[in-house]
Design a binder for this molecule. Structure first.
Ligand code: ATP
Length: 366
């Protein structure tokens, strides 16, 4: 955001971009706008078109239609090396026979930058990735996380306009992935570099991004802040792809303020947060951590339930409960009092299960 003018600078824009391989439509009609300094994640299941989108931005693939602008300039017809981008892939792709310093300085050498300036810039990058003492080592002597930091430094040293990250942490084990998420995000924010991240890992997308764009079948279904996407999914697909959700399919009651869910002994009315078109079909998503146990929700939904599964998940307890009146089971996550995640409800226990109207989010059926 430019504070003086109140406007935002658009660093990357894709408009009506399409790409097919033979009869496979990999990207269908994609619009995306990334502001300067933002990190946007493209998140979706395998085959949804994330990599194809990134490759078109990089210039490795040419779109069949549409426009790609970087810093306002159309680049869709430019070769990759003329786009002023940095790229990091899952498999590091460092030069094995060059030292860390040579790897980092490679792009500068190709650009004809002199020795003295090159050395200064490489030093700056080594400081940034905190590998000062490793400049003369070869990549094979570094850990996976360190190699990925070198790959990042190598792509950042040329001051790219946009950084493209393609599953950058995919090859690392879980604990390292988490610390690298913090590290990359911290670096990206300090440098203020506009970044497009491709990942199929929802946790990675939620924890690293300013905005998450959820893709399915070649399209962006929803884009928003991680909070927004998680708490206010617009479709069943987004609700279920990001975390776990209890999905209810019903019909809006004649007075429009509740939804009628099919139950064992007929329809059951569940209050809605906002009035909806009477008689229309309605799908609701309720997150497991929004469901309360052993508490009556006043104006909300209240059911008698029986615990059929209870597991310890470390920082929370996950329950499965049978709700006889609905003839189905629900998932509930609770952070117990006392020790984090302690399982405080036992198998077979019967208790009230409830949620507030605001925690039942209407979503589209697809
Ligand atoms: P993944 O997470 O598995 O990499 P993705 O979301 O990145 O998946 P893409 O790799 O962009 O998806 O692929 C989108 C679709 O395009 C898939 O159906 C894929 O099979 C197809 N596709 C991608 N590249 C090619 C290619 N070079 N030739 C033919 N089909 C391709």
């Amino acid at each position: 955001m430019n504070k003086a003018t109140g406007t935002t600078a658009e660093a990357l824009r894709l408009a009506s971009v399409r790409k097919s391989y033979g009869s496979t439509a990999a990207v269908r009609e994609l619009d995306l706008s990334v502001e300067a300094g933002e990190l946007v994640a493209l998140l979706g299941p395998s085959g949804c078109g994330k990599t194809t989108t990134l490759r078109m931005v990089a210039g490795f693939e040419r779109p069949d239609a549409g426009s790609i602008r970087i810093g306002g300039a159309e680049v869709s017809q430019l070769p990759p090396h003329k786009r002023n981008l940095g790229m990091v892939f899952q498999n590091y792709s460092l030069f094995p026979h060059r030292t860390v310093a040579e790897n980092i300085g490679f792009g500068l050498r190709m650009a004809g930058v002199g020795r003295a300036e090159r050395d200064t810039r490489v030093q700056e990058m080594l400081d940034l990735i905190q590998l000062q003492g490793r400049a003369e080592m070869y990549p094979s002597k570094l850990s996976g996380g360190q190699q990925q930091r070198v790959a990042l430094a190598r792509s950042l040293v040329v001051n790219p306009k946009v950084l493209l990250l393609d599953e950058p942490l995919g090859a690392l084990d879980k604990s390292l992935r988490e610390s690298m998420q913090f590290e990359i995000r911290g670096m990206q924010q300090r440098l203020g570099i506009t970044t497009l991240l491709v990942t199929h890992d929802q946790e990675e997308a939620l924890s690293m991004s300013d905005k998450v764009a959820v893709m399915s079948a070649g399209r962006i279904l929803q884009i928003g802040t991680p909070n927004d996407i998680y708490d206010r999914p617009q479709s069943r697909f987004v609700a279920e792809f990001l975390g776990t959700s209890n999905i209810f399919e019903g019909k809006v009651a004649p007075e429009g303020t509740s939804v009628l869910l099919p139950g064992r002994d007929g329809e059951i009315a569940v209050p809605l947060e906002m009035a909806a078109q009477p008689g229309s079909p309605l799908v609701l998503s309720v997150r497991p951590e929004r469901v309360r146990l052993g508490e009556h929700a006043g104006e909300g939904a209240n059911f008698e339930a029986r615990v059929t599964g209870a597991v310890f998940r470390g920082n929370y307890a996950a329950y499965q409960l049978d709700v006889p009146s609905l003839g189905r089971e629900l998932f509930v996550y609770r952070q117990a009092d006392g020790p984090l995640g302690a399982v405080s409800h036992r198998l077979g226990e019967t208790l009230t299960l409830s949620w507030a109207p605001r925690d039942a989010v209407p979503v589209s059926a697809d």
